[in-house]
Write a new protein. Structure first.
Length: 155
């Protein structure tokens, strides 16, 4: 499973958070969504990569393993977020949301399937569990937008 561990954390985080931003901010302008995704792609990505780096140092991993994990996490997340940015920029917003959801959930399903196969566990249970958590985060993000919009609509 070594090859999947280099990418699984970054991939999962980039997918779920990007979809939460896209759906949660879908009532906003495209520029607001793109700016939010880019801030996430840089700030959260660097902080998570640093956190992963420090965790692995404290776990006494070898320096080469630490470097490979840190850079794999960073570039995986950056690449995926940039694809979501391209979808938002290139498509009308309704299509961008649907395309992002299809792309993100499909990617998460493939990753879940591969991990389950390597663990010799049920891929369907794994896919269902991972997608259920992602969908929950996306739904919560949507309702946070609705709630905040209603709360501050008079300002």
């Amino acid at each position: 499973m070594t090859h999947l561990t280099r990418f699984s954390f970054g991939t999962t985080s980039a997918i779920v958070t990007s979809l939460a931003f896209i759906v949660g901010l879908s009532g906003s302008s495209k520029i607001a969504i793109v700016v939010s995704l880019m801030v996430f792609a840089v700030a959260d990505n660097v902080s998570d990569s640093l956190g992963l780096h420090i965790f692995q140092e404290s776990d006494l991993k070898q320096p080469k393993v630490i470097s490979v994990s840190t850079f794999s996490n960073f570039f995986t997340r950056l690449s995926l977020v940039l694809i979501f940015v391209l979808l938002v920029v290139a498509l009308p917003m309704e299509y961008a949301v649907v395309s992002s959801l299809v792309y993100g959930i499909s990617l998460l399903s493939v990753l879940s399937f591969l991990i389950a196969k390597e663990r010799k566990s049920s891929p369907y249970k794994s896919i269902f569990a991972h997608i259920a958590v992602a969908v929950l985060v996306i739904i919560i993000s949507y309702f946070v937008r609705v709630w905040i919009t209603d709360l501050f609509s008079g300002l």
